[in-house]
Design a protein around this ligand. Sequence first.
Ligand code: BTN
Length: 233
Amino acid sequence: MKHIKIIRLKEVDSTNSFCKRYPADRLKGALVVIAKRQTGGRGTKGRSFSSEEGGLYLSIMRKPRNFDFSDTFSVMINSCVAVCKTLEKWGLNPIIKWPNDVLVGGKKISGTLIENTLLSGNALLSIVGIGINVNNELPSYLADTATSVRAQKGGKVRLNRVAHILVRQLGKSFTVEEYKRYINWFGKQIKLICNDKEITALAVDVDNDGSLVCEIGGEIKKINSAEISARLL
Ligand code: BTN
């Protein structure tokens, strides 16, 4: 990546929010913001993201040229694959849970929050926020569903090294095939959740536009992540 500016913060509400407040006209190339902890870490669908010290909380902001909103999935692909490739350097075996979570040992280790903003003159600002549980203690309410690199390795790892490798991976671009290489749940039953209603479906594929292809009651359906969450069974 050319022109990359890195800002390291001790504490911030949210690295994504910090990027949003950053004057867009001062942005050259990419801005990477890394915080030791977040006081208001944000997840997808308005959820909060637990952000205690020891984890990696990073946002990367770019002004992509010729960006099409239908390309949002390619941003997600790049982020998820970059996280998986980073975790593999620590000998972990990551799995992508559509669309934006990365799991290890069946538990969530990382999530991505993408926030794209339209600027005047049709320019687009893309903010990709990534949280990885590295050395941080996980709150007890997440004990059954979340894990960390430390928990998986049985000891602390070098957080700066994880950040360094992740930033390097974020400079690459990956294909949907590479994204699908981290999926081991095609052909399996999954649970789809929409407005508190749950249905069981058979996961078939992920389409090039990012939708999840499922078989529900003998019919093939395309599911959009904005409306529905998936749970692996
Ligand atoms: C999710 O799992 O729902 C997405 C979590 C995204 C968390 C990251 S941490 C860095 C960036 N700043 C935030 O407030 N959120 C993202």
